[in-house]
Structure formats: C-alpha cells, structure tokens
Design a protein around this ligand. Structure first.
Ligand SMILES: [Zn+2]
Length: 130
C-alpha cells in the first residue's frame, strides 16, 4: 500500500503523477503507479502505488516498480544478495524490468532527437542563427 506518512508526517493527498509529456493527441498522460504525495507540512514526495516506498525524485519510482513484478515461487524467499541464488523466474522478471527501463530510455532519446530536429527546422525557417 502507498505510504500514508513520510518521516512521521501524514500524507494528506495522493494523486497519480502526470507525465512530463503529452500523448500524440495532446492529452495529459498519467503514470498511476507513481503517486504524488502531498504531506501535512506542504512538501511533496513521490511514492510507489504498491508499497510505502517514497522518494523526492519522481524518476526513482519507475525503476523501483520492478520490485513488484517478480513472481517468487511459493515457499521461497529471495534475499537478493546474490543474483546467482535467484530462481530463474525472478531473474526473468528482472530482465523484463531492465528491458522496460531500456525501452523507456530509448523512447525518450527518440523524442529528444525529434524535438532537436524540429527546433533546428524552426530556427532555419525563422532565419535565427544558432
Ligand atoms: Zn513499491
């Protein structure tokens, strides 16, 4: 469950995070697994939808979500101290997470390159020197 208090300060509002980009239709994109938590003292932290993990950095929530995708076998407890001890299913789960993070990064890179190109075209069209 999402944190209800952080360092003893109560969470007064819990909302899904709005992604820092919009979809192709210009609509707001939500990242519901990343919670925006407003505390009683007015400060804002970011939390995990599935547990009480919180961070002041919104970008640290998505990598953390990988912890919740593992499917440990019944009766096995993973200490995660040594990857070689992990059951194959757990390793495959982590691999999926890594793939997702990598794809996410690649998608952002593509967006950045496209934006850069458009900016250049705009500058050329306007006759602005770089
Ligand atoms: Zn979590």
């Amino acid at each position: 469950m999402t944190a209800t208090e952080v360092n003893g300060i109560a969470v007064v509002s819990d909302e899904p995070r709005q992604a820092p980009f919009r979809d192709n239709g210009g609509n707001t994109v939500y990242q519901p697994q990343t919670r925006v938590l407003t505390l009683a003292n007015g400060s804002v932290v970011y939390g995990c939808q599935h547990c009480d993990y919180t961070s002041s950095n919104p970008n640290s929530i998505r990598p953390h979500l990988g912890k919740h995708t593992g499917r440990p076998r019944k009766g096995t407890r993973t200490t995660a101290s040594n990857s070689l001890d992990l059951p194959l299913a757990e390793l495959m789960g982590r691999l999926d997470t890594l793939t997702a993070v990598t794809e996410d990064r690649d998608a952002w890179k593509t967006r950045a390159l496209t934006a850069e190109k458009r900016l250049k075209q705009l500058r050329n069209a306007l006759g602005v020197a770089e």
